[in-house]
Ligand binder design. Structure first.
Ligand code: HEC
Ligand code: HEC
Length: 460
């Protein structure tokens, strides 16, 4: 379809756009949790309500300490620092979430599991959709002295380039990864029985507000379809604690909490009340069991820490180019999935120990996500189902704070496995299924408009 025909289609569709708020209102992206910080520490700032309250700040700082604490193998010389492994993928949460962001993925430079921490997770399941009991949920590519890592990830990329169909004929390239596992500690599972999914870490922007989102609003969004755009959002229903809940966290919205207990157990090998067994306990090499390595109170402090982080305010919202970009974001239908405005529930959310978080209730927030699942097509798919999410479905990535990722983590790798090396590539990967109409509109924009749209995304 020619650029002009696209524009006609666009103008017909634009009238369907919802009445949006003024730019000024959208600056305070996190409601009262907004912080005016655009530095490398912007994802790490506690919300003002926490900063101003000494008791809450103390709890926040204790959670921060436990979150960043580098674990060593037991017995540790410094009390409280042991418990690492025997198998692990990071030494602390910060290994992968540097400054509460997305630690720079090493996949490109090291071709997979590198010498040091790899910063990604490799989820593994068998053909029946179950975790391997003797590996746990993820591939552990590190082990303490005396144990052997389960295996190593390898990746190869193929690059394909194309031109935009507009006057400037600007070139762009996308790289497609191929993953496999080598150096298994024992006989590998037959290849046709193994499903893997490679994920890069998520930025910890506004996690408390995400936990507090009004679920009625999500249900309403899931019930709204946009046939002109081929967009049919779906709610993620998960069962992790014996009851069905709406999933909101993780790349496939496969979690309904902030996975603190799971993170300590599965990623660091720190046993706890909810996951008392060492991961990979079925392996003959895992014999020791030394009791629980982190207390419930400590894990609740980490949960508090994550839920009390602030959200960086938008930058340059009044800039004319950014304003134009915001209009184009709507014209291209980006906002139909990356929903600009959500609300948190009147009832405050609770930490894992049951403590209510009243300061998170009743907020108007701008995370640019509907937290729902969308079919993004097989090119982006991983053939790895999680609860209701098929291999091709992903949770709309929240965009708040995205423009600061370069400042915070020193890179612009995006999408669930970091395959997009910059913002332009991330958008160009929306080319199939539910993303296709948006993609076509974006692709046919003159370069100046594409740049304006990206300037808007970078202002979030
Ligand atoms: C080896 C790297 C690694 C380590 C170590 C790690 N994470 Fe993660 N984290 C990830 C990846 C990858 C994801 C995204 C995976 C997914 O859920 O799809 C993630 C997702 C999360 C999320 C979901 C956020 C969202 O927006 O939905 C939270 C919360 C989280 N991690 C907390 C922690 C905590 C707490 C620790 C320490 C106990 C930790 N992580 C340690 C890699 C890591
Ligand atoms: C059909 C729903 C849908 C539409 C429309 C859509 N997106 Fe997305 N977007 C997603 C999903 C789902 C992901 C996560 C995909 C993944 O991780 O592989 C995503 C990811 C992204 C990311 C990567 C974020 C990160 O941190 O990794 C950016 C940037 C983005 N979208 C921008 C846009 C822009 C700009 C538009 C409009 C041109 C747009 N999207 C339209 C659903 C959508």
């Amino acid at each position: 379809m020619s650029g002009r025909r696209w524009w006609l289609l666009v103008s017909a569709l634009v009238s369907a756009c919802t009445g949006e708020r003024g730019d000024d209102e959208l600056v305070q992206q996190g409601g009262t949790f907004t912080v005016n910080d655009a530095t490398a520490y912007s994802y790490m700032s506690p919300a003002p309500a926490i900063e101003d309250n000494p008791a809450l700040l103390e709890r926040h700082l204790n959670g921060d300490r436990l979150y960043g604490l580098e674990r060593v193998a037991s017995p540790a010389r410094v009390p409280g620092t042991g418990g690492l492994g025997p198998l692990y993928v990071g030494r602390s949460c910060v290994s992968c979430h540097q400054r509460d962001g997305r630690t720079k993925p090493t996949l490109f430079t090291s071709g997979g599991s590198g010498f040091d921490f790899s910063t990604f997770l490799v989820f593994m399941k068998n053909i029946n959709g179950e975790f391997f009991p003797d590996y746990g949920r993820v591939l552990h590519d590190h082990a303490i002295f005396g144990a052997q890592p389960e295996g190593r990830l390898k990746v190869e990329y193929t690059e394909a380039c194309d031109e935009f169909p507009t006057e400037e004929h600007e070139r762009y390239c996308l790289i497609t990864p191929r993953y496999w596992i080598t150096d298994w500690y024992t006989t590998p599972p037959p290849e046709n029985e193994l499903a893997i999914s490679v994920r890069v870490p998520l930025r910890h922007v506004g996690l408390g507000l995400m936990m507090a989102v009004d679920q009625g609003e999500l249900r309403a969004l899931a019930a709204t379809q946009y046939p002109e755009f081929g967009i049919t959002p779906r709610l993620q229903w998960i069962q992790e604690r014996g009851v069905w809940e709406i999933g909101v966290g993780g790349h496939k919205a496969q979690h309904s909490d902030l996975t603190v207990e799971l993170g300590f157990s599965s990623n660091l090998g720190i046993t706890n009340h909810r996951f008392p067994d060492n991961v990979a306990r079925g392996q003959p090499q895992i014999t020791v069991d030394e009791g629980l390595e982190i207390s419930d109170a400590e894990m609740a402090d980490v949960d508090f820490y994550l839920q009390s982080l602030g959200v960086p305010a938008r930058r340059n919202a009044g800039d004319p180019v950014v304003r134009r970009g915001r209009e184009l974001f709507q014209q291209a239908g980006c906002h139909l999935c990356h929903a600009p405005t959500l609300h948190t529930s009147r009832t405050p959310p609770r930490l894992i120990d049951g403590t209510p978080m009243p300061m998170l209730a009743d907020q108007t927030i701008h995370m640019y996500s509907d937290l729902l699942l969308h079919d993004m097509g097989p090119a982006l798919g991983d053939q790895f189902t999680q609860f209701q999410a098929s291999g091709d479905e992903w949770r709309t990535a929240p965009l708040w704070g995205i423009g600061l990722q370069q400042v915070v983590n020193g890179h612009t790798y995006f999408l669930h496995d970091g395959r997009a090396r910059n913002l332009l590539e991330a958008i160009m990967w929306h080319r199939e299924e539910e993303g296709a109409v948006s993609y076509e509109i974006f692709r046919h924009l003159p370069k100046a408009d594409r740049d304006a749209l990206m300037a808007f995304v970078n202002s979030l």
